[in-house]
Design a protein around this ligand. Structure first.
Ligand SMILES: Cc1cc2nc3c(=O)[nH]c(=O)nc-3n(C[C@H](O)[C@H](O)[C@H](O)COP(=O)(O)O)c2cc1C
Length: 218
């Protein structure tokens, strides 16, 4: 590679974008063996007031049918947005060492629709929630003004009851989860001083079980 300028190259190793995604995520996770926090991602929705509205959420793995999962609250703006118009864009940004040991920047975007998961799937995700997330789900009225000290006192009371075994932190009515069903997966890789390469997988309109894949310009 010329150190002044070159073009990154993504090798297409699979017909299946989910497999491609999983391979990239695995490379990322292997490069960060002590990583304890999940990778935050970004999800954009349509909002009547703001137009496009995006925010950070945690990536919660793949559903059994291999779709990206996120969890949220039914009183959040994103929930209302998705209920009105399920079209969303999800973006991952990952830094992964390339074969030369340099840091390559990866962006993975999915254009698709968010579909609420079944009660059983939502319940399984609740069971994996951290203690703080379970308490938040019960006490936070998403986006509304708060009196900090009052909220802290409520939090501490619930936490103490949990620690004493008096409160099992049952699933709240507001907790929910979505999968993102994409029509396009867009993978972008940029090595240092390189123009990026992109691979797009687009749903084959004549056969929804297939993907058409191509390099596209950065
Ligand atoms: C690192 C990080 C992770 C987050 N994870 C989630 C999440 O998994 N689900 C969620 O609803 N909000 C999450 N949030 C909060 C959202 O970014 C957002 O502020 C909140 O959900 C309200 O968004 P909305 O009103 O646009 O729906 C996270 C924020 C940060 C900074």
């Amino acid at each position: 590679m010329n150190p002044l300028s070159d073009i990154s190259y993504i090798e297409i190793q699979t017909e299946d974008p989910v497999q491609m995604f999983s391979q990239i995520l695995e490379a990322f996770e292997n490069s960060k063996p002590n990583k304890t926090m999940p990778s935050p991602i970004n999800i954009a929705t349509f909002d009547d007031e703001f137009g496009a509205l995006n925010r950070t959420v945690n990536y919660r793995g793949l559903t059994v049918d291999k779709h990206i999962t996120i969890v949220t609250q039914k009183d959040s703006r994103k929930y209302a947005n998705i209920m009105k118009d399920p079209r969303v864009t999800v973006t991952f940004y990952l830094e992964i060492p390339n074969t030369k040991g340099q840091i390559a920047q990866w962006q993975i975007r999915l254009f698709g629709k968010a579909i609420e998961l079944s009660p059983g799937e939502i319940s399984n995700l609740w069971n994996e929630e951290t203690v703080f997330a379970k308490i938040r789900s019960r006490i936070c009225d998403c986006g509304k003004p708060i009196e900090y000290l009052k909220l802290k006192e409520t939090h501490d009371t619930i936490l103490k009851a949990y620690e004493n075994g008096e409160d099992s932190l049952p699933q709240t009515e507001l907790f929910t989860a979505f999968k993102v069903v994409p029509s396009i997966w867009d993978f972008y890789k940029s090595d240092p001083n390189c123009i990026g390469d992109r691979i797009q997988y687009r749903k084959d309109e004549s056969d929804s079980t297939k993907w058409i894949k191509m390099h596209v310009a950065a």
